[in-house]
Design a protein. Structure first.
Length: 463
């Protein structure tokens, strides 16, 4: 059995700290950036968010296949952290650049930069995720690696979300293109350093070799029942997070308002979207810490089901909270509770993908770790795409006015305010309920996973 060092787990965490920092800003702030800063209509912005992810459906599996067949002195997947990190940061900056062009030219710029960003994100994140399958052969150790990964991810997300509005205000203002551009320059520079640290501190200990063709890789993947079920469950998990996250900026702008203050121990502080999301990220970290002991105690499948049941209950409760001082505190408490449960979910799902990879290697004799983890990235992006587009289209359908945030005297219609409340409560609750139904049929129990691991040890080459 592979013995891994603490520094490797920390190094692996730096990778998703970088990746998640970008991803959370994209997921939570890109919709309002396109509609309120960049100047796109809600319909065009929704189409943009959705259409660009169709390319991801092709690029993710392609990247997985390429990574599976890469062989260097640094391993299969780890080299991409070094090779792609500079492009990752540059494309992020371009994505938040607002050229002073005509509407049509700006729309083309938005498509080009978004597709570039998602392509580069695939190029670094698919190999990064696949590394989990070759860093250790112990299923419990995979959960530990996943927990380090998500703990660092939520730490980076917290800093990015908590500081995003202050950063933009420092460089020109939250409502100005310059503020968003220079804020992203700061984020991009930090993300580049973290990916380099991930490359330097990690190692690939397992050597896996695919003995089948690309066509057979795809054939075995499509025949993999646990993979199908996990894709459905992961899609629901990402959809849940994106719907709530992408709604928060609008919710605070139009329901809570920009100048609400709360007091704690006699200290007044501004109650704004970055604070709300940042507290969620810290709470996610607490959930990550709980994942390993809970999953080891009751199993990954049972943990997944119980977590989503809790998300249904607490999401529905959010709808009934009034917009009062006491209500705002209740919102914060519910955000903490919901985020603890989503924090448990994140490392759990990535660890389950590693188990599905082991199942595929034993059943189909194919080392398709990269391809399987590329599907995880694809589910993440589709969840983000569907969630982000749904938020924008629902707001448009219920009469949301993008001029209300910048024009004095313009208010949102009651229908738009109501759909914002639904997007924070009943809609994500329905997604979590569907996730329970999907994972109920997931066959990789703890007993079955240990059987698979024992069989694989007979023919794997371990360093």
């Amino acid at each position: 059995m592979v013995k891994t060092k603490l520094i490797e787990k920390i190094g692996y965490g730096f990778g998703d700290m970088s990746s998640s920092t970008f991803w959370k800003v994209f997921s939570y702030y890109l919709p309002i950036f396109y509609s309120n800063i960049f100047g796109l209509s809600l319909i065009d912005a929704g189409v943009l968010v959705l259409v660009t992810r169709i390319w991801d459906a092709v690029s993710d599996p392609m990247m997985g296949i390429i990574a599976d067949r890469t062989n260097t002195k640094w391993g299969k997947y780890r080299p991409y952290l070094l090779w792609v990190a500079p492009l990752f940061s540059i494309c992020g900056i371009l994505l938040f650049t607002t050229p002073d062009w005509s509407y049509g030219a700006k729309l083309i710029w938005a498509y080009v930069t978004y597709i570039m960003m998602m392509t580069v994100y695939t190029g670094i994140n698919v190999p990064y995720g696949a590394m989990l399958g070759v860093m250790t052969d112990d299923t419990n150790e995979k959960t530990v690696f996943s927990s380090f990964r998500m703990f660092f991810a939520y730490g980076g997300s917290f800093l990015a979300l908590f500081l995003w509005e202050p950063l933009t205000n420092m460089f020109g203002g939250y409502q100005t293109p310059n503020g968003w551009f220079w804020g992203m320059v700061c984020i991009a520079a930090a993300c580049f350093v973290m990916f380099i640290l991930c490359f330097l501190l990690t190692r690939e200990h397992l050597k896996t070799v695919s003995t089948v063709s690309v066509g057979n890789d795809f054939k075995s993947l499509l025949s993999n029942k646990p993979w199908w079920l996990l894709i459905g469950a992961a899609l629901c998990s990402n959809l849940f997070n994106t719907v709530r996250g992408a709604t928060v900026a609008y919710f605070f702008l139009d329901i809570i308002g920009p100048d609400v203050s709360l007091s704690f121990l006699g200290i007044a502080f501004l109650f704004y979207s970055g604070l709300f999301l940042g507290i969620g990220e810290v709470s996610n970290m607490a959930g990550v810490a709980l994942c390993v002991p809970i999953a080891n105690k009751i199993g990954k499948k049972s943990t997944f089901i119980l977590v989503n049941a809790a998300l249904v209950v607490f999401s529905i409760a959010f709808f009934f909270v009034p917009c009062t001082s006491e209500g705002y505190w209740t919102m914060l408490i519910l955000q903490i509770i919901i985020s603890i449960f989503t924090g448990i979910m994140s490392p759990l799902v990535w660890s389950m993908y590693a188990d599905v990879s082991d199942y595929a290697e034993l059943k189909f004799h194919t080392a398709s770790t990269g391809l399987i983890f590329s599907s995880a990235s694809m589910a993440q992006k589709f969840g983000g795409a569907i969630g982000g587009a749904a938020v924008l289209w629902l707001l448009s359908g219920f009469g949301y006015n993008t001029d209300a945030s910048t024009t004095a005297g313009v208010v949102q219609p009651e229908s738009a305010l109501m759909v914002l409340r639904w997007l924070m409560s009943f809609i994500p609750a329905a997604v979590a309920a569907f996730a329970i139904v999907v994972v109920w049929f997931y066959p990789l129990t703890t007993k079955r996973i240990h059987e698979i691991s024992a069989e694989l040890k007979k023919f794997r080459d371990i360093e």
